[in-house]
Design a protein around this ligand. Sequence first.
Ligand SMILES: Cc1cc2nc3c(=O)[nH]c(=O)nc-3n(C[C@H](O)[C@H](O)[C@H](O)COP(=O)(O)O)c2cc1C
Length: 211
Amino acid sequence: LSDSTDKARVLIVFYSRDGSTEALANAIADGARDEGADVRVRRVRELVSAETMALAPGWAASAERMNALFPAPTSEDAIWSEAVCMGSPSRFGSPSSEIRAWVETLGSLWVRKQLLDKVGSAFGSVSSPHGGLETTILGLYPTMMHLGLIIVPQGYGHAASMRAGTPYGVGAVSGGGKRLPPTEDDLDIARHQGARVAKAAIATRQLRPGA
Ligand SMILES: Cc1cc2nc3c(=O)[nH]c(=O)nc-3n(C[C@H](O)[C@H](O)[C@H](O)COP(=O)(O)O)c2cc1C
């Protein structure tokens, strides 16, 4: 466990190829840190072939850049955490296989109830406004429920919520080949989500005695 047990321990695990989900992960991390949390940001690794990564200009270089910045998540990260945020670009309306592959390494933690009563929250990115942002985010929640996480959705608590994000979790619309970065509203909402998760991690501590 962390030395600073008074601080919320927030783990953010994401996949990203073009940087949109990465930017949201960083903003969620900033929001949690502003709330005093210890934060670990982790990027799951590629599953697709080098040939697939070569299909789009920039994918391979972007992956290399991000992998130098963010370690791959481990089970120890999940055990350390009090809150787990998961983010993924949409893949045909669902979370990416890369984030799913990490989730499927958590079986032994599930058996030992090691994630039970921790906090969970999800976020995502799409290329088109109705391209499946909500279904991608919602696609992460059943897994969190099986793990026994306490789901903290984004709701409409932030002033920008009526024009950006989703009530399920923050998201961004990257405009396909334009690779648009998240907007200021998206990033504000992401910071809000990170702060909310950090507060919820502290508020739910009585459910995890001895953790
Ligand atoms: C195989 C594949 C499937 C995709 N499916 C969708 C989709 O269903 N809806 C959508 O809006 N974008 C889809 N996209 C686009 C990405 O989700 C989108 O560009 C996202 O913003 C990328 O996030 P990133 O910058 O974090 O990599 C798909 C991309 C790939 C490679």
